[in-house]
Design a protein around this ligand. Sequence first.
Ligand code: FAD
Length: 501
Amino acid sequence: MPNSRSDTLETLCRDEYDLLIIGGGITGAGSALDAAARGMRVALVEKGDFASGTSSRSTKLIHGGLRYLKQFEIGLVREVGRERAIIHRLAPHLVIPEKMLLPLIEGGTFGRWATSIGLFTYDLLAGVTGDDRYKMLNKEEALQQEPLLPADKLLGAGYYSEYRTDDARLTIEVMKTAARHGAQVINYVQAEDLLYKDGRVAGAHCRDVLTDTTYTIRAKMVVNATGPWSDELRRADGSLGDKHIFQTKGVHIVVHRHDFPVRQAIYFDVPDGRMVFAIPRLNYVYVGTTDTPYHGDLDHIPAEPQDIQYLLDAVNQMFPDILLPKEKVLATWAGVRPLIYEAGKSASEISRKDEIFESESGLLTIAGGKLTGYRAMAEKIIDRVAKRLRRHFNLHFGDCRTKEIPLTPRPFRSVGDVQAFQARITGFLQDQKHVSQPELVAAYLVQNYGRQTEDILQKWATRDGKDLETAEHDFCAENEWVIRREDFDRRTGRALFPPPG
Ligand code: FAD
């Protein structure tokens, strides 16, 4: 249960912390957990809702990054492959294996041999074993798997394992785990300026954006984990050098499964040489993403008509029986990738590697990377923080422990455990009146909340006429720092996906 907001604010202003983290996306949350688990006194501020930046606007895959293989980023594929296995073990209800189909099309990006070698290498680097290993399908097998594919130009398909998640839920669960380990975290508090002592950064001047009150938070070290906003604090610190953030926008569209009835997740070619995902989720399918340079307002990132049309064209061109007009688009979301600028490279070519910048004042910035690699990124930055605390303050902290810290209360031990629990919740919901599509509702709850589903259902049991969605909202408001209804809707995907049923 989070502390009350005013208690947290009072504590934040009173104490001096070992570490202040600015930014409450997955990078900040992961770093807060890593640092708190090592015993550091940690504060974290987020100017909006937790995960309101890029960390709720991704493709929602915990993946090895097959396309990075095309760019020969072997180290990156190996690292994210290992990381996805770790996160799956730590939260098997939230990071769920999902088979991906890679159709081979006449004149397409990948030929049969290149795909087979690529998927073999991908599995090898990511340490994939058993049933999760890739398979090559012939044309008939591929069509059986996905009848919507174009039979006249289909040559076969690669069939391999990815993992899907809900990015905002993952961020929130990591943040809650950090708070359980003692991190003081607060949202709707913006770091406006840095505080210095003897030439070293020593905290930040912050503003409570709900009350317009200002506060000073003191800390021995400060980590800038503000993703696409990273350069703002580096500029304020006077340390924005040659290497800066290059923002590229990624848009997704959501359509009803009736209108695009794909059976399974597909990663397919687009005529301009890129590839996009179509991913079914509950009653909906989302398609994305675009990848174009972005220089606009980071707080309001629009999905422009041309972005939407690009994705509709991608679907209509690959699936001949589908003709999606723009009127069928139910929702969109757009996010900005915080990439590290590389001269002469296009948006799609720039590496997704993470990088740490350390300024003369001691401000540490961590940027780039992927949702999938958040734990390893956090380990790297907190190792650096620990070194600096030892050197400058003679403070000693242990090694990273996050490989073994489950990301949810009452964790599941295996996918089998999750399935058994989900079956029990489905049975319970089937016995209730007024729950339409109980299987989908159970899948939604368990795959987002794990065993905390029981807490939501308990709230619902004392419902006084409340519906299940209100019980879910009340749970989030009490346990997850939800301040505004629209944050809850966006976080749970309701702004993106109409609720099941
Ligand atoms: P953010 O999530 O943006 O967090 C930064 C936070 O800092 C924000 O919440 C912001 O409000 C806050 N902030 C900014 N300034 C201040 C301030 N002054 N004071 C307080 N708070 C502040 N990765 C994958 O692994 N799998 C995918 O499928 C995938 N798909 C993607 C698809 C798209 C379209 C995009 C754009 C990215 C995708 N990624 C994916 C990458 C991944 O989403 C990002 O790498 C990751 O979410 C970045 O997280 P972050 O915490 O660094 O940044």
